[in-house]
Ligand binder design. Structure first.
Ligand code: UD1
Length: 378
């Protein structure tokens, strides 16, 4: 049986690999090998996702941990090369746009191992985002491209990728959402946060461009202060955000916002329940922009751009930037009931994982460079 190595490393990767692993096991034609790079390692950023999403324990955890981009990427590449040489996978599958995605793609390709990229072709056209660099490099060298958004197909074609390598698969993250929606309702996060259905806003932010600059972080916290005077805010904070709030001296400012439930990161089911039951979401996350669209929940994106345009053209998302006025204008429109309704994008139907696995099986059946790979891996 062909061995497919699934790479994951950071929080947004886990809900993307879960449906793919499930579909591989159901089909029974390939052997899945799960590789965790260890980019995220806290219980709440990693292990809890494996448990709730019923992903088998990783076959290998590289345990690379945190560091600068170069340090983290290099550590993953050094460790991943050894694993590829020992395990000889027939294909490496990477998801999303994190440093683990980039590091494992470069390493595998230099060993002539084919690489499939799930969530290929997304572009923010903002080279200040580390994720944009990860996307561009990954998509410039991989072999199979699975897309979630029609514009992603366009972006890849414009970059010269041959059409038969691009497969519009739909959205695996939404596979996980639909599969977990009912179970997620059972947890008690609303009681824990002291909120009622439809009467609070869910806030997340962790992008370096938002939280690492005290000026922008301060401006965003001013907006949060205004919002919490109008509606209760639930704010699960990424470790980076927690750290920057303390480091920039905003700890007291946040504590003084009495209508904000500020807490450590929520697990997958808690986040899903908070998202599905809130009045609206404010976020800089890529995943939440998509999840709100699937759930029909209004989403205010506090960034200058999005690599997921279908969430705006079809879904409930609006990208407003980081100025307090624009954020408050969007909040006003939501609270006045003047927000668009939104629809469900094509292929966001819970079956993306199955489609990805079917195409990959066909690709591996047809691919014949095994003798070349064997030479490199020998
Ligand atoms: C990474 C991804 C980002 C994704 C985000 C989701 C890249 C370039 N960025 O950003 O696209 O949206 O994950 O969370 O890959 N930390 C912990 N515990 C952890 C992990 C991180 O405390 O388990 C802290 C460390 O201080 C670390 C910092 O968070 O230095 C940043 O972690 P890192 O993996 O470098 O990037 P993220 O900001 O999480």
């Amino acid at each position: 049986m062909k061995k497919i190595m699934l790479v994951c490393g950071a929080r947004p990767n886990f809900m993307k690999i879960a449906p793919i692993v499930a579909a591989i096991r159901k089909s029974g034609k390939m052997t899945p090998f799960i590789l965790h790079t260890g980019q995220h390692y806290d219980e709440k950023m990693s292990k809890s996702f494996f448990d709730l999403l019923e992903i088998p324990k990783p076959n290998i955890d590289l345990e690379v941990g945190s560091g600068s981009h170069a340090e983290q990427t290099a550590r993953i590449m050094i460790a991943f090369e050894k694993v590829c040489i020992a395990e000889k996978p027939d294909l490496v599958m990477v998801v999303g746009d994190v440093n683990s995605t980039l590091a494992c793609t470069i390493t595998a390709k230099k060993l002539w191992i084919p690489v499939a990229h799930v969530e290929a072709g997304l572009r923010s056209f903002d080279m200040r985002m580390p994720e944009e660099i990860n996307r561009l490099v990954t998509d410039s060298i991989c072999d199979l491209f699975f897309t979630t958004d029609p514009e992603a197909n366009e972006n890849l074609r414009k970059a010269g990728v041959e059409g038969d390598k691009i497969h519009f698969a739909g959205n695996v993250m939404i596979d996980s959402l639909l599969r977990n929606r009912a179970t997620a309702e059972k947890n008690s996060i609303l009681e824990e946060a002291g909120v009622e259905k439809g009467r609070y806003c869910l806030l997340t932010m962790h992008r370096p461009s938002n939280v690492d600059d005290p000026l922008i972080l301060g401006r965003l916290l001013d907006a949060v202060d205004s919002i919490q005077k109008r509606i209760r805010v639930v704010f699960p904070a990424h470790p980076r955000t927690m750290g920057m709030i303390e480091k920039s001296g905003f700890g007291a400012k946040v504590k003084a916002m009495t209508n904000v439930h500020f807490r450590d990161p929520t697990d997958y089911h808690q986040t899903l329940k908070l998202n599905a039951n809130c009045r609206f979401v404010i976020t800089d996350s890529g995943g939440l922009q998509e999840e709100t669209t699937s759930l029909g929940i209004p989403c205010i994106t506090i960034r200058e751009n999005t690599e997921r345009p279908v969430t705006e053209t079809v879904g409930t998302n609006e990208v407003v930037g980081t100025s307090t006025e624009r954020i408050m204008d969007a909040v006003d429109r939501i609270l006045a009931g003047k927000w668009k309704k939104g629809g469900i994008p094509e292929g966001w139907d819970g079956r993306a994982g199955e489609r990805i696995v079917a195409v990959t099986e066909a690709f591996l059946g047809a691919a014949a460079p095994a003798e070349n790979r064997a030479a490199v891996l020998a």
